[in-house]
Design a protein around this ligand. Structure first.
Ligand SMILES: [Fe+2]
Ligand SMILES: [Fe+2]
Length: 166
């Protein structure tokens, strides 16, 4: 399996998009199914955000200072998603605003992932060597083993806050 950081992040994005599609295809009254899908979305996003906040964003910021503005915009986009994820994590799937909140989350995250893939990853790949991307990927693979899977776990909450105020 590749440890190229960008390849790994793309694989995460595809998995997240698969669950987004499943949610969108679910029937209006399939409350249990939608609740389960959203549990999965929350887990994938919590892990993915942790790896980006812990490894990818700070390292790119350090190694490629020209991309600082992109990283700062990413932190803000993640912050919006973090708030929605935190709210959804404590919401029942039959709540009046559940579907609407998931829809806004999907729109936000879809936009953010497209921006990373179409704009940011190419810049990062151009700026970092193959070896550096492999090293970052290996660090993320290692960190994934202990990454938080729920937004209420202390490591996830701390990262969400650090991402905005650090
Ligand atoms: Fe991101
Ligand atoms: Fe991402």
């Amino acid at each position: 399996m590749s440890t190229d950081a960008i390849v790994l992040l793309r694989e995460d994005h595809n998995e997240i998009r698969r669950l987004f599609k499943r949610f969108e295809k679910a029937a209006e009254d399939a409350t249990d199914t939608k609740g389960e899908i959203v549990e999965g979305i929350i887990e994938l996003l919590t892990v993915h955000t942790y790896l980006e906040n812990e490894v990818m964003y700070p390292e790119v910021r350090r190694l490629l200072p020209d991309l600082e503005d992109d990283v700062l915009e990413s932190y803000e986009e993640h912050h919006v998603a973090d708030l929605l994820v935190l709210e959804l994590a404590s919401m029942e799937p039959d709540a009046e605003r559940f579907d609407a909140k998931v829809t806004v989350l999907i729109e936000n995250v879809t936009h953010h992932m497209a921006e990373e893939e179409d704009d940011w990853f190419p810049k990062v790949r151009a700026g970092l060597g193959r070896k550096q991307l492999q090293e970052l990927g290996a660090r993320m693979t290692e960190l994934r083993k202990t990454a938080p899977t729920r937004p209420t776990q202390p490591a996830a909450v701390k990262k969400a806050i650090d991402a905005v105020i650090a």
